[in-house]
Unconditional design. Structure first.
Length: 422
């Protein structure tokens, strides 16, 4: 379906404001837009996304009050309500940013939130160093020839202090989950649900299958672990996560995590910034720093977490009596089926990995390339890693020591920075 006039006006507003922000003139541009009769609500969403839910309504809904609304019918978290005029609103306390409502809206009146303006303002003002934290799914998203080193150069050209690969922190969380598995799973009937990757998966467990929470290790996501580490080492720093979904925007706002990640941008938002700033990462020099292992890099595709934890458990405990028997699911229907099979005793797995998007993070709605190509790129990048697992990675061990962890096992005893209480 073609976009309506209100949606096109919002796109024009967004593009004008991004261009103005790159020049430091967003305030003046916003004033001009209001004088021209622009929508003050839409402008406020762009200027202050932290005050709004992860999904914004653009214009009035076309569904009549008595008519079934696909967006409401397909929200498994009951985050959408409708008033007497038929217009819907998003409850930010319930919305996890899965984007199912955006895909289902036949009139194209819903859009994902955008953090570009405040993120660029933080970079431009220079009041504090700003670090880009890039998700493991980033490989070849911006072009096949855009290497990690070229992408780091592009962020520095924008004014970021540096770029950190979140895969390094996927390494650390893999270690933590492997240690948790060894400590907790000593019975053939017991099981563990992975906790450190997809916010959709965790939200589903917490809100729909909350009886399973005791089987979820108390671990933050790699995004949060990365942000907390940066702010531990550089207390004045600001952090910007960049990935393929908007669920991370919702995760960053959760009460027990708020303040760790300052802004969340999608790959599409970053592409817009590069386009408007006329930066072509492919033409920039290399700024290469290779720190992550294969285990951390493959988190970006379905099955990656299970494989990483399985191999790390084998590496740490080669003679363990009970091995990891992993089962994975990707996509909401498959995740629900896997959990229901677990509850009904139809599986003998003892480690369960769920990802909200088909294909895993590489299949996220804000990815720039096809998920199969993304999966292949992630696998190749993983195969290029110097180290197979995080326990083999000296950089991970050194980083843990800088954070006060004298041994790997200390992740279980002294790990506030990597722990989340569900």
């Amino acid at each position: 379906m073609k976009r309506g006039s209100e949606t096109l006006k919002f796109i024009d507003l967004y593009q004008r404001m991004v261009r103005a922000s790159l020049d430091g003139h967003e305030k003046e541009a916003g004033e001009d837009i209001l004088l021209e009769g622009g929508d003050p609500y839409q402008l406020d969403c762009l200027l202050h996304p932290e005050a709004h839910p992860p999904v914004w309504r653009v214009g009035s809904c076309q569904c009549s009050p008595g008519q079934s609304a696909p967006c409401i019918d397909n929200c498994i978290f009951d985050a959408i309500v409708r008033d007497e005029k038929g217009n819907i609103s998003i409850d930010g306390s319930k919305c996890v940013g899965c984007e199912e409502c955006i895909r289902r809206c036949e009139e194209k009146r819903l859009t994902a939130s955008k953090d570009i303006l405040p993120a660029l303002a933080a970079v431009r003002t220079g009041d504090a160093p700003v670090y880009a934290m890039i998700a493991p799914a980033f490989v070849s998203q911006f072009a096949p020839e855009v290497t990690p080193g070229k992408l780091r150069s592009a962020f520095k050209q924008l004014g970021f202090k540096g770029m950190v690969e979140v895969a390094v922190f996927a390494d650390i969380l893999t270690l933590k989950e492997a240690l948790e598995f060894d400590r907790n799973i000593n019975d053939e009937t017991d099981f563990q649900l992975t906790s450190c990757c997809c916010p959709m998966w965790i939200a589903m467990i917490r809100r729909i299958y909350h009886q399973l929470i005791p089987h979820v290790p108390a671990a933050v996501s790699p995004m949060i672990a990365c942000a907390r580490t940066i702010k531990t080492l550089y207390p004045e720093a600001k952090t910007v996560f960049i990935g393929p979904c908007i669920a991370k925007k919702s995760e960053a706002k959760e009460p027990d995590l708020a303040g760790d990640v300052d802004y969340v941008l999608t790959f599409q938002e970053v592409r817009d910034i590069f386009d408007f700033a006329r930066i072509d990462p492919a033409q920039l020099p290399e700024d290469e720093r290779d720190h992550s292992s294969r285990a951390g890099r493959i988190y970006a595709r379905a099955g990656g977490v299970s494989e990483a934890v399985t191999e790390t458990v084998r590496r740490l405990y080669p003679h363990r009596a009970i091995a990891v028997r992993a089962q994975k699911a990707d996509g909401v229907p498959a995740c629900k089926k896997m959990i229901n099979d677990l509850l009904e005793g139809k599986t003998d797995a003892n480690f369960f990995e769920g990802m909200g998007c088909i294909g895993g993070c590489v299949g996220g709605p804000k990815a720039l390339i096809d998920r199969e190509a993304g999966r292949e790129n992630v696998n190749q990048y993983g195969d290029q890693a110097t180290y197979p697992t995080p326990i083999d990675n000296p950089y991970v061990i050194e980083l843990l020591q800088r954070l006060g962890f004298d041994t790997v096992e200390a992740l279980l005893e002294k790990s506030d920075i990597f722990t989340r209480r569900f």
